[in-house]
Design a protein. Structure first.
Length: 125
């Protein structure tokens, strides 16, 4: 059943759903199909689809395989699942941008590039 925001209700838990959104967003930014990413990460197409929809919590092996395939640190993916070594961290600005369904992938990429440019400029002052 959908709630007032149009999202599925109880099927997706917060961390797993956010992880799925993040994986989908990163896959699209990498210009990979689900089938291509599944092949690179050595998981089935169907399982990757379920992960992206937030229906399953992936194993450590799968998280490591996906992070490798997407050229991301595995800690970033584990952070969505509350498995980070730093305890309960607030999501980063980049994570919030990447998981915001109101933005297109191109808009997300532009915002991240702009954010990184600002951060770089601020670190040089």
């Amino acid at each position: 059943m959908n709630d007032e925001t149009g999202n599925e209700g109880d099927e997706r838990s917060g961390g797993v759903g956010a992880l799925g959104d993040f994986i989908r967003s990163q896959r699209r930014l990498a210009d990979l199909s689900q089938r291509e990413l599944a092949r690179i990460a050595e998981v089935s197409d169907a399982y990757l689809s379920q992960l992206e929809r937030g229906l399953h919590e992936p194993s450590v092996r799968v998280v490591n395989a996906l992070s490798s395939a997407l050229n991301l640190p595995s800690e970033k993916l584990f952070g969505f699942l509350g498995r980070s070594d730093d305890g309960a961290e607030a999501p980063t600005t980049e994570q919030l941008i990447l998981t915001d369904d109101r933005l297109t992938d191109a808009q997300k990429q532009s915002l991240i590039e702009l954010l990184n440019a600002f951060l770089t400029a601020n670190s040089q002052t």
